[in-house]
Design a protein around this ligand. Sequence first.
Ligand code: ARG
Length: 565
Amino acid sequence: MIMDYKKQVSQAVNKAIDNELSVDDIYSKIERPKTSEMGDLAFPAFALAKVLRKAPQQIALDIVDKIEKDSFEKVVAVGPYVNFFLDKSAFSNNVIKNVLNDGSNYGANDDGKNGNVTIDMSSPNIAKPISMGHLRSTVIGNSIANILTKNGYHPVKDNHLGDWGTQFGKLITAYLKWGNEEDVKKDPINYLVKYYVKFHKLDKENPELDDIARDWFKKLENGNEEAIKLWKWFREVSIEAFDKIYDKLGVKFDTYNGEAFYNDKMQEVIDILNGKGLLSKSQGATIVDLSKYDLNPALILKSDGASLYITRDIATALYRDRTYKPAMNLYVVGSEQTYYFKQLKAVLKEMGVPSAEHLYHVPFGLITVNGKKLSTRSGRIILLDEVLNDSIEIAKKQIEEKNPSLPNKEEVANEVGVGAIVFGDLKNEKINNIDFVLEDQLRFEGETGPYVQYSHARAESILRKAGKTEFNDNDYKLNDTESWDTIKLLNDFPNIIKMACKELEPSVVAKYSLRLAKAFNKYYAHSKILADDSELNARLALVKSVSIVLKESLRLLGVKAPDAM
Ligand code: ARG
């Protein structure tokens, strides 16, 4: 049973002041002192000064006088505050038992009532490399899915591939002019990008290129055999390349319903919009007016009748609405598309799509690597694959230095190298811009993934040394001050899970794991965990609990936790 210690304190205060303030009111005012030395929870007596017509300092003293102190270690007045020191033995016993009983399930809840949550994530564009932006979408989306599951939801991870649009007319044109089958087979994305970049270099002086490209896209839309064949091929080789990266990251999708999946679902969108009288013409194009939302009109069809990105997104949202009846429909997409998603939501609301109310754009900031921006058109590309490989190389070197006799070095280097990048991203509030300095993210000390991984491995190594694998003791009472912060943090985990879900914010979990790792390392440095005394088993149970919660935190972020490194 998870204990709510804030509630316990609130009830005690409520009794001591003869119900002058309700338990809920008191609960909302309880604070956490900065350090454990000052107490574990504090009630500020200011709140009662008006009602009781007394100085807060005096009220604090009166409360201490009257309060039932049996269930606390001590209760003291410090100025206007009543500081509570919790009963460490009872508290630690309770928390450790909870963690050991629940194992990796510790902290889970069923708030989501198994409701579906569609998560539009990763969604790179065919024939272009996955950018660091797509990486952010992939790892943020993946972690949000894990967090949602832990909160009782059923996430559906959909990779909304950019596999349709006028750019395919350009790509086909470019390939037929300058392309070579062997090259594309060898290194698909690299060559396809080259053709595309060349097209954009030349089309300014050769406007006829654009006409040819438009023509090819028309053919593609009309099902021309050659156009379809090339498009399918580009799509296939691109997905193969993407999958290699997803494999490295350990991310799986439930569906790969790209934009093209909705081609045959577009007419219905137009019909519905028409039926509701939402379409109008503007300079030959077909639009939905959104002035009532204070937004620019949404361009639904070009003057040549071609559909657009938003047309396909409307069909997508409609399809998700019908297929999953989602409790939430999330789009993990960079903040540069914020305005666009406002328009999308507005159109869907006008159409009366039920889940439109629960459509949320989950934006994130820009990412640069070693100060360099990523761009696919200019050709100054930093390939994600290269960044991952570099990171694994650095991890390999570090392990070689620190632990040369480790048997599964390759595997661990992969887990540390990839984990460093994923963690380095997720520890930031997602809306922030981040600059990635690889070496910094790979340090074993500091606010890094490897630091948390290392702390988990340290816990496992202590348990190996002690030869302790089974925990079935009667109690795990600890009342020393060294272990106290770690124990309190373990107790916070279920709330952290809820908060991360409410805010759709993996950084809540990442920052928590850093705090727990730090507290645990301090504990390790200041006490003899393996000393042979009566509390040895309780201490080892605490170490096991830390290991479980660190590993589970990392899993929620999509980061592996090796047992030794
Ligand atoms: N392919 C798009 C891009 O790379 C992202 C797609 C986001 N998802 C969506 N349903 N619009 O910018």
